[in-house]
Design a protein around this ligand. Sequence first.
Ligand SMILES: Cc1ncc(COP(=O)(O)O)c(C=O)c1O
Length: 279
Amino acid sequence: VIAYFNGRFLGESDVRVSPWDRGFQFADGVYEVVRAYRGRFFRMNSHMRRLRHSLDELRIGYDDVEALPGVAERLLRENGLTEADGKFYVQVTRGVAPRSHRFPPATTSPTVFASVAPISSATESHTAKVILTEDTRWARRDIKSLMLLPNVLASQAAADAGADEALFVRQGMITEGSHTGFAAVRDGVFRTHPSGSEVLPSITREVTLELCEELGVPVREEAVAVEELSDCQELMILGTTAEVSAVVAIDGRPIAGPGPITSALQAGFSALVARELGW
Ligand SMILES: Cc1ncc(COP(=O)(O)O)c(C=O)c1O
């Protein structure tokens, strides 16, 4: 596997990260994941815009975001994935410096690592069993930071319960999943948490809102309460790898799905990808 590390393309096993890297010491860094369909990246610009936002909010001085789409393309070529469904992962940390909570000198170069991996679309069911779990994350969830411990614990709790995803609950309201966005349909209205600092600005959510507009589905950007779940007809998770997936069980209780709006969004999503990527 060929990876990208600090300006060079090299074998993944030749990547050497310092133990003093601030990503390793403090999770002081950010990341992005971009999906490729048949070797073409979907909404790369939106992901790069979000990466810039994450970097700016953490005041990490990395000014080569414009080069990353080229890096992603070359990684597909180097790894023979130019016709494949895959994903591009990139992370940028504040760099290597003696351990101190304070920022290192401004001359410290960020550490950049990127790789691509194939995704087997054929095995994706587009359904998900979920559990509910307390949202113990920090208050800046709009930043796609490497500090994912609450997400890791939630995701493992889901796996331990035989589920696929954990939905975070904060003050009785569903925010999002451990690595996906969340939406529901109640009485024909598409509901999802408003954007802001409480959730990641999900690119799939953005696409889904566009599709609702196209399909004439009314939207209310208002969080869904746990108490309201039994009044919702459809639940779904949204993400770069999950795309639009129907929630088919919550905390072990099966629920019917995918419903009509979820199905329409799934079909609309595939059609939109095909249209944007030119086939
Ligand atoms: C916490 C969280 N929310 C939502 C999402 C979905 O975002 P996107 O649609 O941009 O993949 C992710 C994806 O990684 C995530 O980690």
